[in-house]
Design a protein around this ligand. Structure first.
Ligand SMILES: [Zn+2]
Length: 108
């Protein structure tokens, strides 16, 4: 499994900070853990994430750019940017030469 840095973006509040566990910062993780709703939240989050990825992939196919997709799905452009990167990493959409360059990779 890929080791993730401890200091990164929280999956829930999207603030960059120290990750407590399960991709969540302390102030997101602890109340969920205490209430016993952590597993439910993670399942819902995963479902939302997959749903959003599918929507992003579809809108990209229709020719919308990332800003237009962000507006359409009512999320931040940064969220769409991350979704696009995930879709590329999963091989669901092709890498463009520019995207490869920005990711620090070279075109094959
Ligand atoms: Zn958080």
């Amino acid at each position: 499994m890929r080791k993730l840095p401890r200091f990164r973006e929280c999956a829930r509040c999207e603030q960059t900070g120290l990750i407590e566990a399960r991709g969540l910062c302390r102030s997101c993780y602890q109340p969920l853990y205490r209430e016993g709703t952590l597993e439910d939240w993670l399942r819902e989050h995963e479902a939302r994430r997959i749903g959003r990825l599918d929507d992003v992939a579809e809108l990209l196919e229709r020719g919308l750019n990332q800003l237009e997709i962000a507006k359409r799905l009512e999320v931040t452009p940064r969220t769409i940017n991350r979704a696009v990167r995930t879709l590329r990493e999963e091989g669901r959409i092709p890498w463009t030469p520019r995207a490869l360059e920005r990711a620090g990779l070279t075109a094959a």
